[in-house]
Design a protein. Structure first.
Length: 484
């Protein structure tokens, strides 16, 4: 254990300094944005002249401006907007900044009124009206930078997972998959009766859960996850928390609840016992009239906008090899109903007859079949696939009610025939032109990853999630990641 401490101390110390710098970086960005917006508000108030005032905007803002910025920053700090555990994931950071900004605006307005200070109303409206969304955008850009750094191995936190080996592997799989969270699993702590040296997935066992305090210090861990089987009684866990409070380590309780959105989880303490309430899956909501109306309006508008482009694409496909412009393929929709899925043809006319040979050559066994540099793809088909333009005719499927703008990938009938009860949940909603699979890697995903994302969408549907996926689809298409 001494060797482990010596080999990790320098690396962990440098990493911890970077992590501690995150709140200061956010603070510096917030101050810079507030000053910039303040200057813009001064110029905007003077040029727009939207309100009359007895005092010049420069004189009133020069006195009140610094005080407003100081109060704004203090309010965000009091709301926890600079705590290091809010950066990188979740909506808590944005909520705290937004709520604190609204409070700061209210206090500034009330303060000027009570002090009878002649602050320009135009300056006030421009400063907070533009400042609040600008701060949120600044936090968003900082989060993107942090997540990218974590994906490349920086700003990561060393994690120990305490629990039974099966629970450790379950948590470790999620943390390894979601690299943008910045958690690096360095070891596991298992119950005393478990004498294994590593878990099934290869996580090294550093010791017993009863020695968590000593092992956290020796391994220079930043975070310890308590998973299932980590403690035998609540009193034991409470004593562990008391011991760990003397160390600079974050304690996270990881219950065996995965792939459930935050909107479905409610934590309600009862007599000192934090009970986790999980709401039912929301797949039935994804089939109601609101989503269908959104699909009808959205597909109709998109068909009008892309009609000239679709005509040009059809012409180019026809000219290339004189074959049909559209390719119709039987797919399985909601509740197992089959339909004819429309796409622009991107392969040679006899592509289906060559499929069996490619299956054998690539060692295909199950799931979606796609390979790099497929020899059946035509010249126009390559750029159509690169930017997903071959899927534009599916807007007609959406308009007809066979598909949705957002949903699981439409499966082939032979894929559905191999579904188990677990995978069949994908068929409870209409398949989509885009979905979580589209914005998370498309063809780069494994079959199991595609299934997991589709089931997460089915169980945790919301209209806000649909809008987010549509927005992210633009970036996925332009980036052409996983498109072939």
């Amino acid at each position: 254990m001494t060797l482990l401490s010596e080999t990790t101390s320098r690396w962990s110390g440098a990493r911890s300094r970077y992590l501690r710098a995150l709140p200061l970086t956010a603070l510096a960005i917030d101050v810079a944005l507030m000053v910039g917006i303040g200057l813009i508000a001064i110029v905007g108030r003077r040029e727009l002249d939207i309100f009359t005032s007895s005092a010049s905007v420069e004189s009133s803002a020069s006195v009140a401006g610094p005080m407003i910025i100081a109060g704004w920053i203090a309010t965000i700090a009091l709301a926890g907007g600079y705590k290091k555990d809010v950066f990188g994931a979740g909506t808590d950071e944005y909520r705290r900044v937004f709520n604190a900004s609204i409070i700061a605006a209210g206090l500034s307005g009330v303060g000027c009124y009570l002090a009878k200070y002649d602050l320009s109303r135009g300056f006030f409206l421009l400063a907070f009206g533009a400042g609040i969304p600008t701060l949120l955008v600044g936090r968003l850009l900082l989060r993107r930078a942090v997540q990218q750094a974590r994906k490349h191995g920086s700003l990561r936190q060393r994690v120990l997972i305490a629990g039974s080996r099966s629970h450790v592997d379950e948590i470790a799989a999620v943390l390894r998959r979601e690299t943008w969270l910045g958690y690096e699993v360095i070891g596991a702590l298992t119950p005393e009766y478990d004498l294994a040296e590593e878990t099934s997935s290869g996580v090294p066992v550093l010791g017993n859960t009863s020695d968590a305090t000593q092992l956290v210090a020796a391994a220079r861990a930043d975070v310890i996850f308590y998973a299932g089987g980590s403690v035998g009684a609540s009193s034991q866990f409470r004593c562990s928390l008391w011991d760990l409070e003397l160390h600079d380590v974050q304690v996270v309780v990881a219950p065996s609840v995965t792939d459930i959105s935050a909107e479905r989880i409610r934590i309600r303490p009862v007599a000192g016992l934090p009970l986790i309430h999980v709401d039912p899956p929301t797949w039935s909501d994804a089939s109601r009239w609101g989503k269908r109306l959104f699909d009808i309006i959205g597909s109709s508008l998109l068909l009008i906008v892309f009609c000239p482009l679709m005509a040009a694409i059809a012409t180019q496909i026809k000219v290339n090899d004189q074959g049909p412009a559209l390719f119709r393929q039987t797919r399985t929709g909601r509740e197992g109903r089959e339909f004819s899925c429309l796409k622009f043809r991107t392969m040679v006319v006899d592509a289906e007859t060559k499929l069996a040979a490619l299956h054998q050559q690539a060692g295909y066994s199950e799931g979606l079949f796609k390979i790099h540099d497929d020899p059946r793809v035509t010249s126009p088909g390559r750029w159509l696939r690169r930017f997903s333009l071959d899927e534009l005719p599916q807007l007609i499927n959406v308009l007809r009610g066979e598909m949705s703008l957002v949903g699981p990938r439409p499966p082939l009938p032979h894929e559905v025939a191999a579904y188990d009860d677990y995978t069949s949940r994908r068929l409870r909603v209409r398949p989509g032109m885009t979905g979580l699979w589209q914005v998370s890697g498309r063809s780069d995903l494994t079959w199991s990853e595609t299934i997991r994302l589709d089931l997460y969408y089915v169980d945790n549907w919301s209209m806000l999630q649909d809008l987010t996926i549509l927005f992210r689809t633009l970036g996925a298409v332009l980036g052409a990641r996983g498109a072939y």
